[in-house]
Design a protein around this ligand. Structure first.
Ligand SMILES: *Cc1c(COP(=O)(O)O)cnc(C)c1O
Length: 387
């Protein structure tokens, strides 16, 4: 089978999505499923939707288009605050977007009016992480300007923490967001639908509080895919942490020295490498490298060690394990590795344990058995796509 490939276990992702949706739902918090780490993969997206998630969010319009085109039935939210030059497509493809700049919202308003639609926005508030967001003192004025725009519906306010500055979404931050929401609602006599408190990093806050205040929404990616919270990367009880597996193939296997010989200078990336001398070792080369995946985010499943990598190779110490050319080696991935492997066109995406099919096909199945035959062609079931 083709390598390198990333195996995507849909059943495990579905289980994680369902479990988190129930958990957060128990205190009145709705989960938005974030698809950017899987580049809007329609099989993954459908698994989220089929397990109770009705809004999907991605940072790229191209991924939202991909899911729409595949027939995924959801509302779509654009996560990255829009580029000014992108406003027309945002209105066309996204139902909701996160925003922090009035100039951009005015542009969204222009295209919404042109298309006789209303575009929903969630205003992002800066609470200390220092990525996107309006400073709290400026929120009131921004709301006033937004409410005056046609074609725009102020659907919510939100914040994003633990992404750039590593700031914890703790009780103080969530109380701040709740009270900002309350002030705006009172002042402008509004009912704000989404009060979106953050991302996978909000797990610890959620578990430690009985009163979530006005927070009624979170946008979750990593905890669904990798089964962990993201402040300390601890596994969340009851979730799978191995829904994704990266598979690479051995292209050379020899007993060689562990220390390079000759005069040392720079390696392929301009670094002067240092190596430990541990005598002769089982040096194995895998046909996968930095063009495929962020190698530093890989953990081998077997007891072997990654010694280093270049664009197209990973060199490992196979220790006590026998590996020959053609053998496969498996890795778990962290978020960076997952994102890079899903983004790389060189990594085959192998969807496994999937029982979802597009709605139009499911409908047709009831009427026409010829379609059943076509749909269940082995090539379609064992889908390996270079997409
Ligand atoms: C990526 C992203 C998320 C999801 O973050 P996870 O850590 O994957 O849960 C939520 N909100 C915004 C604005 C994002 O960019």
């Amino acid at each position: 089978m083709s390598t390198p490939r990333i195996k995507i276990n849909i059943k495990k992702i579905a289980h994680n999505a369902k479990t988190l949706n129930r958990l957060y739902g128990s205190k009145g918090i709705e989960v938005i499923g974030v698809t950017k780490a899987v580049c809007g993969n329609p099989d993954v997206a459908a698994a989220l939707v089929n397990n109770g998630i009705s809004i999907l969010a991605d940072s790229r319009i191209i991924n939202i288009r991909r899911m729409r085109k595949a027939g995924v039935q959801a509302e779509f939210l654009l996560l990255r605050t829009p580029l000014l030059s992108q406003a027309e497509d945002v209105v066309k493809y996204a139902d909701i977007s996160l925003n922090s700049e009035v100039s951009v919202i005015k542009e969204l308003s222009k295209f919404a009016k042109m298309n006789y639609t209303k575009h929903k926005i969630i205003l992002m508030v800066e609470l200390g992480d220092l990525r996107e967001g309006i400073m709290p003192l400026d929120l009131d004025d921004t709301v006033k300007q937004v409410l005056a725009l046609d074609g725009i519906e102020l659907a919510g306010i939100g914040t994003n923490l633990a992404c750039f500055g590593g700031i914890q979404p703790d009780n103080d931050k969530m109380v701040s967001l709740s009270s900002l929401a309350k002030n705006i609602e009172e002042k402008y006599n509004l009912n704000i639908k989404f009060i979106s408190g953050g991302n996978s990093a909000n797990y610890n806050w959620f578990m430690s509080t009985n009163d979530v205040g006005r927070i009624n929404n979170l946008r979750l990616g990593e905890s669904i895919y990798l089964g962990c919270e993201t402040l300390y990367r601890k596994p969340i009880p009851g979730l799978y942490i191995d829904a994704f597996t990266l598979v690479a193939e051995v292209i050379e296997s020899k007993i060689k020295p562990s220390h390079p010989f000759g005069k040392i200078a720079q390696d392929a990336f301009g670094n002067v490498p240092e190596f430990q001398d541990r005598g002769k070792i089982k040096r194995v080369i895998l046909g996968i490298g930095l063009q495929d995946v962020q190698v530093s985010g890989l953990t081998p499943k077997a007891d072997i060690e990654i010694l280093g990598s270049s664009s197209d190779h990973i060199v490992i110490d196979a220790r006590k394990i026998e590996l020959k050319t053609g053998d496969e080696v498996e890795f778990n991935l962290n978020y960076g590795a997952l994102l890079s492997a899903m983004t790389s066109p060189y990594v085959f995406k192998k969807v496994e344990e999937n029982f979802w099919m597009p709605k139009n096909i499911a409908k047709a199945l009831n009427k026409n058995t010829a379609i059943i035959k076509n749909y269940f062609q082995p090539s379609l079931l064992k889908k390996t796509t270079l997409d």
